[in-house]
Design a protein around this ligand. Structure first.
Ligand code: SAM
Length: 256
């Protein structure tokens, strides 16, 4: 079963139509202002269909996007065609392996994309890569699924109905927790209806690793990052606490 395969990528923006990428980019800009001497260039890791990359491009940042899913990148490239004056290079690569020739003022990795890197080795490789792609004093910003809340409760089954053009889409998420490995295994079963008839059926499998705040701090410090702040996603005014589902980590690269 695929992860962010062609069908899932086609409907990704429908599944998450309520996500406010403009407000999320306002949040990112607040972080840039507070924790950086100036951000002009940004690398978006796990950029998906380009929600942040394109919005930041509209705001005159120079942006590059990387995602392991060629289907998600295809969607991002297609969306970008609507903005003739924005130039964003989208690359298909795993964040563990990406090797671009450029350095960036900030690397972002949003909507829990880092949680898809499930092994310790993969995480270390990813952080090394982020380090290599950042200029001196560069900022690394990512949000992650908090292990504390992930262990306390989760929804084994979730059902979501969405409308899209002349169709209705049903997405059933079935999740199993593997607490020893800190993993959630989710299967998305999706049905598309037109005139009450099923016209499409597809599945997508996601394995994500939730992380504990101390664990995140430890990984970052070992990979030569200075952790500035951890806050609830979208709220820079208070420190993260154990009840936050989604935590944003803000760190600066330490370079000799
Ligand atoms: C939840 S989506 C978030 C997409 C985007 N950042 C957003 O906010 O809409 C996670 C994205 O991470 C990508 N991804 C997962 N594992 C990856 C990896 N190892 N390297 C690069 N991209 C990865 C997936 O293909 C997917 O597009």
């Amino acid at each position: 079963m695929k992860t962010f395969g062609k069908d899932y990528a086609e409907y990704y923006d429908v599944f998450y139509h309520d996500k406010d990428y403009a407000a999320e980019c306002d949040f990112l800009e607040k972080i840039f202002q507070k924790y950086s001497g100036g951000v002009k260039t940004i690398l978006d890791l796990g950029c998906g269909t380009g929600g942040h990359a394109i919005e930041l491009g509209k705001r005159d940042y120079e942006v590059a996007g990387v995602d392991m899913s060629s289907a998600m990148i295809d969607t991002a490239r297609n969306k970008l065609k609507n903005y003739k004056d924005i130039d964003i290079k989208f690359h298909v690569s795993r964040m563990e392996d990406v090797a671009l020739p450029d350095k960036f003022d900030a690397v972002i990795c949003m909507f829990n994309a880092i949680n898809y890197v499930t092994s310790d080795d993969g995480l270390k490789k990813t952080l090394c890569n982020v380090h290599n792609h950042l200029s001196k004093d560069g900022l690394f910003i990512f949000d992650f699924r908090n292990g504390i809340t992930s262990l306390r409760s989760y929804s084994p089954v979730r059902i979501k109905w969405m409308n899209y053009k002349d169709r209705r889409i049903l997405r059933i998420s079935e999740t199993k927790l593997d607490a020893m490995e800190q993993l959630y295994h989710t299967t998305y079963s999706c049905l598309t209806f037109k005139d009450r008839q099923i016209i499409q059926e597809f599945y997508d499998k996601h394995v994500v690793r939730y992380m504990f705040p101390r664990e995140v701090r430890c990984f970052l410090q070992r990979c030569n990052f200075e952790v500035n702040f951890m806050c609830p996603f979208m709220d820079l005014d208070v420190p993260a606490n154990e009840n936050d589902w989604n935590i944003t980590a803000i760190s600066n690269v330490i370079k000799e």
